[in-house]
Design a protein around this ligand. Structure first.
Ligand SMILES: NC(=O)c1ccc[n+]([C@@H]2O[C@H](COP(=O)([O-])OP(=O)(O)OC[C@H]3O[C@@H](n4cnc5c(N)ncnc54)[C@H](O)[C@@H]3O)[C@@H](O)[C@H]2O)c1
Length: 475
């Protein structure tokens, strides 16, 4: 394991330079990679032998943020995702990065997230740091040609999300407009070890650009909605796809945490709708296969500390979808029994599907008081353990395949027939935030809010969902 620090020396390196003007060729990716030379990278860990020992046939992943969710992804990538290798971790708290690096035998660790992104040995980055860092880090990844897996939410406001997604789109447009480029000359450093690493770094960047140019999807972004990969929710969706419920009429989602996160987390979380209910907004779209038209939300704060933040800890959110279906989402930050309560019912014209809580065992205990059983799996890390693994396997598989196909279940999934559908995209991540913003507005203004009030640009998307529902109804 090596500690890596950013070089303070000369980082202006030779790179492939487009023969035409950079300004007309590229606005994002090539400018960064070509015009300014290589990004600064970690020379302290630059021993070429160590570098070349990295397994280049696998996707080399770096994780930013070694907290609760970062450790879940670190464990999966290090141990259970066949085509990935965890090569770097970073955390603002250095000891946290070191601990995770030690635990999972990760060769590089960083304090600075940017240093990790800049390291030429990292192909793809999992962003697990706090929400306000997601969009800037996503942009940084994209600028340096790195695929990104971004924890939810992308950001708390649409301007920031749109800016980040535009960077992804621009970089991929740049890639498509790139041609085979002549290589510039001149090495600036006289130090042989530095030169060797510069050479290596350049080769890596050139290889990366070439791979990205050849891949149908270019730089791939996945937003973390792991519940889509939970085998219970997948089975519900498959059953619905097969026509079992007929026309979907009502969806009930119950999603309650056993206990609230620390106040410090809540202060920057964006509130219960964008932080917690966002998973349910995505699940509602996933199960109803339509888009929300309007939202009515109400809530209360039982915990005065949460109330003082202007936030709620118990909320009900009612939505109407473009296919006519109604949805009620029931969220709590805490439960009196301290259980993680995750249930769903999809009720349709031909049948109902129930998704129940998952328990650690099937035992029942009978005594004079009645029949008892163990509480459901304790929290998201336990309840969605397999879903976190599945989502990571799907993302890595899709990177291996260059985005050619992205199945919602990984090849070794226990689900018999995996759903074939695109991985949750920037669009999916964005629309769930819009739904959360509409809920928040509805709560504040005590009235139903149309989605297009929050984001008029979604009008065509909703119209299309209405048209699809109308044409299905005629069949
Ligand atoms: N998909 C899910 O089910 C799920 C579950 C939990 C959290 N999340 C999301 O993941 C993100 C992190 O949540 P968490 O619960 O793991 O938080 P956490 O506080 O447990 O961990 C965050 C870590 O990031 C580190 N950090 C802070 N700033 C950093 C920076 N600039 N660079 C590198 N590291 C930095 C912190 O030191 C901390 O160790 C949040 O956006 C949250 O919404 C998603």
């Amino acid at each position: 394991m090596q500690h890596s620090e950013t070089s303070t020396g000369d980082s202006s390196l030779p790179l492939e330079v487009p023969s035409d003007s950079l300004a007309t060729q590229s606005k994002v990716l090539v400018t960064v990679l070509s015009a300014q030379g290589l990004p600064p990278f970690a020379k302290a860990a630059s021993a070429p032998n160590a570098v070349t020992a990295f397994h280049v046939s696998k996707i080399r992943v770096g994780i930013i943020g070694c907290g609760r969710i970062g450790q879940v992804h670190a464990q999966n990538i290090a141990i259970r995702v066949p085509h990935a290798i965890l090569v770097a971790v970073s955390d603002f708290i250095e000891e946290a990065a070191m601990r995770v690096a030690e635990r999972f035998d990760v060769p590089l660790w960083y304090k600075s997230a940017e240093d990790l992104v800049h390291d030429p040995r990292v192909d793809a980055v999992v962003i697990c740091s706090p929400t306000d860092t997601h969009a800037p880090l996503m942009k940084e990844c994209v600028r340096y040609g790195k695929h990104a897996f971004c924890e939810k939410p992308i950001a708390l406001d649409l301007a920031t999300i749109d800016d980040a997604l535009a960077t992804v789109a621009q970089a991929n447009a740049d890639l498509r407009s790139l041609r085979a480029l002549p290589r510039a000359t001149a090495m600036t450093s006289n130090n042989r070890e530095e030169q060797a690493f510069y050479e290596f770094a350049q080769t890596e960047h050139n290889r990366r650009l070439q791979r990205l140019r050849q891949s149908p999807a270019g730089i791939q972004l996945m937003v973390a909605f792991q519940r889509r990969y939970d085998h219970n929710f997948q089975r519900a969706r498959q059953t619905h796809d097969a026509g079992f419920v007929g026309r979907p009429l009502k969806l009930h989602l119950v999603s309650r945490d056993p206990a609230p996160p620390p106040i410090a987390y809540l202060q920057s979380s964006g509130g219960i709708w964008v932080d917690q209910a966002i998973h349910d907004f995505d699940m509602a779209r996933f199960l109803l296969k339509s888009e929300a038209v309007s939202v009515f939300a109400s809530g209360l704060a039982l915990d005065p500390a949460i109330g003082e933040l202007g936030d709620c800890d118990h909320v009900l959110t009612q939505l109407r979808f473009a296919n006519g279906a109604l949805c009620v989402i029931d969220n709590s930050r805490a439960t009196p029994h301290q259980a993680y309560d995750q249930r769903a019912e999809l009720f349709g014209s031909a049948g109902s599907i129930f998704v129940h809580n998952v328990h650690p065992n099937t035992n029942e205990y009978m005594d004079t008081q009645g029949v008892h059983r163990d509480k459901p799996l304790s929290f998201f890390i336990e309840r969605y353990a397999d879903a976190y693994l599945q989502e990571m396997q799907v993302w890595v598989q899709s990177l291996v395949e260059g985005g050619a196909s992205a199945k919602a279940t990984s090849p070794d999934s226990s689900a018999a027939d995996g759903l074939t559908m695109p991985i949750p995209s920037g669009f999916d991540g964005r629309i769930a935030v819009v739904m959360a913003m509409a809920a928040r507005k509805s709560f504040a203004e005590k009235r139903p809010v149309d989605i297009v009030e929050v984001d008029p640009s979604l009008a065509p998307v909703i119209r299309q969902a209405e048209q699809e529902a109308a044409s299905l109804g005629k069949q």
